[in-house]
Design a binder for this molecule. Structure first.
Ligand code: FAD
Length: 417
């Protein structure tokens, strides 16, 4: 390793800025190369512009990876949530507030820009040089060092590189999967990527007339991504279905299956109620079927479900035959959502798949294949549910990579650099 070359961080998103800031804190010369004009674009659009910076509680069991869950847990535990909160409130002077209903933490002034700017400013204050409009075209290993070539032809030497180029989601933010190509070429295992935390589509849009309607539901999804049950917000859109519960199970159904295999399925319980409770209500009631359903389900949806069950308009409960009642109860509690696809990477909050966690040292994020290369953030094969968990991952892996890279190749935490 050359002692004179700087440490280069590629990507000034959430994980790269965190890596740069901690690497610079260790006294290393750090240069951050960011392709966009200002970096941190996903931070800016996160949480609807408010930046859901962290969750109020850790949810290790809700993270998704095709790699070792044990490695994932160890990585997340390396920077505990309470310490992350202390870092933002202390080092960055960003007071955080919890949204009681959702268990999400936000900056008190609800401005994502403050989070992005605080990270850039702190990285610079600690000595890192942050260069915007500096898109990296290629990364080549030269002996024990690295050569980084920029799009404009400029080249830089580096003693260590942190690759923080994100995944493929929302490529307009600058993250277009470039890192995967480079890492694959260097011999890393890239688990097949797919859009995750993504709205679902229905073609034709059977429920387009309900667009804008939202309610709380229980979703049960089964597919190539396993099995998941989720209670939360559901939103009808013009193209299909969205809302927190849909986003959180989307990967289960949408993860690609083998050729010719059927799609995953999603069952909806519209009022978070058991079939027995509905059956009892419909058996004993005296008004119309639609009004009984509409007591616990929005009226427009109640009408649609009754139509789909073939219940004649104005039909009264006492007239409902047993098999019709069963059909209505089935649609209310185990409704097979007619989704046909997803809105893809353009709308996915994260990328599923990525660099196998077994390819990095979980303490330093150093590549086991290429010593001197450190990998963090969404490029790795892990994502969490919505609610701040993905930034928690970006902050934890970014810090570990920054500290690991500053220590140098093969140095374990606690050993002397
Ligand atoms: C709409 C939306 C809302 C979200 N809201 C939340 C939320 O509220 N809470 C939460 O926890 N998570 C949220 N997320 C997820 C979160 O934003 C990501 O998990 C996180 O940003 C990943 O960080 P990263 O550093 O790995 O990648 P990114 O933030 O994507 O950063 C990668 C950076 O690398 C740069 N780059 C890529 N290639 C090159 C190259 N060749 N040369 C130079 N630079 C390069 C990119 O320009 C980019 O700046 C949201 C995501 C989206 C899309």
């Amino acid at each position: 390793m050359s002692g004179t070359s700087p440490l280069i961080v590629i990507g000034a998103g959430a994980s790269g800025l965190m890596a740069a800031l901690w690497a610079a804190h260790s006294g290393r010369e750090v240069i951050v190369l960011e392709g966009t004009v200002d970096g941190g674009r996903k931070i800016l659009i996160s949480g609807g512009g408010r930046c859901n910076i962290l969750p109020a509680e850790v949810a290790l069991g809700r993270f998704v990876t095709g790699s070792s869950p044990h490695a994932l847990r160890n990585i997340l535990k390396s920077w505990p949530l309470a310490e992350q909160v202390r870092f933002f409130e202390g080092d960055l002077s960003l007071k955080l507030v919890a949204e009681a209903a959702s268990g999400k933490l936000f900056p008190a002034r609800m401005r994502a820009r403050e989070v992005r700017d605080a990270l850039v400013n702190e990285a610079r204050r600690r000595g890192a040089q942050v260069r915007f409009s500096a898109r990296v075209a290629d990364l080549v290993r030269e002996g024990a060092a690295w050569r980084v070539r920029l799009n404009d032809g400029d080249t830089l030497n580096a003693s260590a590189v942190v690759l923080a180029t994100g995944g493929r989601s929302v490529p307009t933010t600058g993250s277009d999967g470039w890192g995967f190509e480079v890492l694959a070429r260097m011999g890393h295992t890239i688990r097949p990527t797919y859009p995750a935390l993504v709205p679902l589509t229905a073609a034709p849009p059977r429920h387009g007339h309900l667009a804008g309607l939202s309610l709380e539901v229980v979703l049960t999804a089964e597919g190539a991504g396993g099995h998941r049950s989720e209670r939360g917000g559901f939103l009808f859109t013009h193209k299909g279905y969205s809302g927190p519960a849909v986003l959180n199970v989307s990967h289960v159904a949408a993860k690609p299956r083998g050729e010719g295999e059927p799609r995953g399925r999603i069952l909806v319980n519209w009022a978070c109620r058991s079939a027995a409770e509905w059956d009892e209500d419909l058996r004993r009631g005296s008004g119309t079927v639609e009004s009984a359903v509409a007591r616990l389900v929005p009226a427009r949806l109640a009408k649609t479900l009754c139509e789909e069950a073939g219940v004649p308009e104005g039909a009264r409960l006492p007239e409902l035959r047993r098999e019709d009642r069963r059909r209505v109860v089935g649609l209310l509690t185990r409704y097979a959502l007619p989704w046909t696809g997803t809105e893809g990477y353009a709308k996915a909050e994260v990328t599923g798949g990525g660099v196998d966690l077994g390819d990095v040292d979980p303490r330093t994020m150093e590549s086991r294949t290429c010593p001197g290369l450190f990998i963090c953030g969404e490029a790795l094969d892990a994502f969490g549910p919505i609610g701040g968990h993905n930034f928690q991952w970006a902050w934890a892996t970014g810090r570990a990579a920054g500290l690991g890279a500053a220590r140098g190749k093969g140095q374990r935490p606690g050993s002397r650099a």
